[in-house]
Design a protein around this ligand. Structure first.
Ligand code: GDP
Length: 456
């Protein structure tokens, strides 16, 4: 059938990164696939097309069942060469309950003739539409399959739009999306932390990159990386792996036609931020930031990335010309979405304070992983309520906060439980966020707060 071949094809690039670290990736049935900057967890079920007598086989089936129930999407792989098999019809029946999750793929689509077999009416018997042609061996169609997976996951897990209230006045119940769950799992593995340097053209990104790479304490890994993301570069700093993403993009800017440099630079920045755990957002010292700076700030506030505002070219600022406090207040006024981001003042040219950046990365890695115990939150809750009584969003019921729990890390997420048919005003959610930061830190890191109504 080619299931394992497809599995290997999906995770191969990622495996190349982790295998030298873990050393034992050969027989695993789970892996991660990196696509368009997102990590997708792939599980090889071991197959459903087997008899049920043998105990061992039963075990395999139980595992497959578990995987199916817990998966967000299921790739049902058929063989375009052999055509539909009777047992596939019975598997399709068993899977009918999860039909929403299924993507039908047809393997061995190496040539045009076999690809045409995807239009064969026989596949309709499965009830999942036409198979998407792929070839696990040559890789043909795998990118298209990943695109379909990616789009479906995006729809499946995009945060629900604010409903009911006007202009998003209230925050409704919702649950952490898959991408975040995957990230959380990934955080426990020895994978590099992804750092991006972004900013509009000429702010000094390229010089900063060189300045960081030029540091004696930094080891640039000689390992060639994933062919899917050839722009990245891995560093080791104090035994931690740090992946600087899109470094090639920073260096290649001169190749882009002069007229479109500005636009391309921004587009690239906006794309890159979605792949990063941490963004060094480079700015020039100014009391008024440019439109493009604000555009990047806004894009950043919609990601899960931690952010450090790097005010570069500090060497050009004369005494008394501009103070750090003035810049900090410009930031809070013009980029209020990034209020959580610390500001560092550096000069990529002279090296001033550049040494502070990598230790800051290590600190932020820890901040993102911080987990606050239920006990601590339970103690904090009455104090918060005493300080500021919960205000309601839309709806007639006054909200009662029953509990707060930390429902995720990397980035930190909290779930606030309120009573049935209640809602919480967004300003109160902000109040909670500020108090959580005040108490527990979470420097440079966005915090997600999910408000959920108790079932009973
Ligand atoms: P990029 O487009 O953001 O990658 O910017 P570059 O790194 O190419 O820098 C743009 C210009 O700013 C170059 O002429 C750099 O020499 C200059 N530059 C970058 N950083 C500094 C700095 O810290 N101080 C000064 N004085 N000039 C800088």
């Amino acid at each position: 059938m080619g299931k394992s071949a497809l599995f290997n094809r999906l995770i191969e690039e990622e495996k190349a990164i982790v295998s030298d670290v873990l050393g034992t990736t050969r027989d695993r049935t789970e892996g991660y696939c990196l696509w368009r900057g997102e990590q997708i967890k792939v599980v090889d079920t071991g197959g459903l097309d087997i008899g049920e007598k043998d105990i061992l086989e039963k075990e395999v089936i139980a595992q497959a069942q578990y995987a199916i129930e817990n998966a967000d999407l299921i790739i049902f792989l058929v063989d375009l060469k052999t055509g539909l098999l009777p047992q596939e019809i019975s598997i399709a029946k068993k899977l009918n309950a999860w039909r929403e999750k299924i993507i039908l793929a047809g393997n061995k689509a190496d040539g045009a003739k076999i690809r045409a077999a995807t239009h064969d009416p026989q596949w309709r018997k499965l009830g999942f539409g036409e198979p998407l042609p792929v070839s696990a061996v040559t890789g043909i169609g795998v990118g298209d399959l990943l695109d379909v997976i990616f789009e479906r996951l995006k729809i499946l897990h995009s945060p629900p739009p604010p409903t009911g209230g006007s202009k998003g006045e209230e925050v409704k119940k919702s649950s952490p999306p898959l991408m975040e769950r995957v990230r959380r799992e990934r955080a426990t593995e020895e994978t590099p932390f992804r750092v991006a340097i972004v900013g509009r053209p000429n702010v000094g990104k390229s010089l900063l990159l060189n300045s960081i790479l030029g540091e004696k304490r930094v080891i640039v890994s000689p390992v060639a990386h994933t062919t899917r993301e050839p722009q990245d570069m891995e560093l080791v700093f104090q035994n931690k792996k740090i992946l600087l993403i899109d470094t090639a993009g920073i260096r290649q800017k001169n190749k882009i036609a002069a007229v479109s440099v500005e636009k391309k630079g921004i587009e690239r920045s906006l794309k890159v931020v979605n792949r990063a755990d941490l963004v060094f957002f480079v700015l020039e010292p100014a009391e008024r930031f440019e439109h493009q700076d604000r555009e990047i700030a806004s894009a950043l506030s919609h990601t899960q990335a931690s952010v450090v505002l790097v005010i570069n070219k500090w060497d050009t600022v004369q005494n008394n010309q501009m103070s750090q406090e003035q810049i900090a207040s410009s930031v809070s006024y013009q980029m209020p979405q990034l209020a959580f981001a610390p500001i560092v003042f550096i000069s990529a040219l002279t090296g001033l304070h550049v040494k502070k950046l990598l230790p800051l990365v290590l600190k932020i890695i820890e901040e993102r992983k911080k987990k606050i115990s239920d006990h601590e939150l339970k103690e904090l809750l009455p104090k918060l309520i005493l300080r500021h009584k919960p205000s309601r969003g839309k709806g007639s019921h006054h909200p009662v906060i029953r509990a707060i729990e930390q429902s995720g890390i990397n980035p930190p997420q909290f779930t606030v439980w309120i009573g049935r048919k209640q809602s919480l005003h967004f300003s109160y959610v902000r109040f909670l966020e500020n108090r959580l930061r005040e108490r527990f830190g979470f420097d440079a890191t966005p915090i997600r707060i999910w408000v959920r109504q108790e079932k009973r």
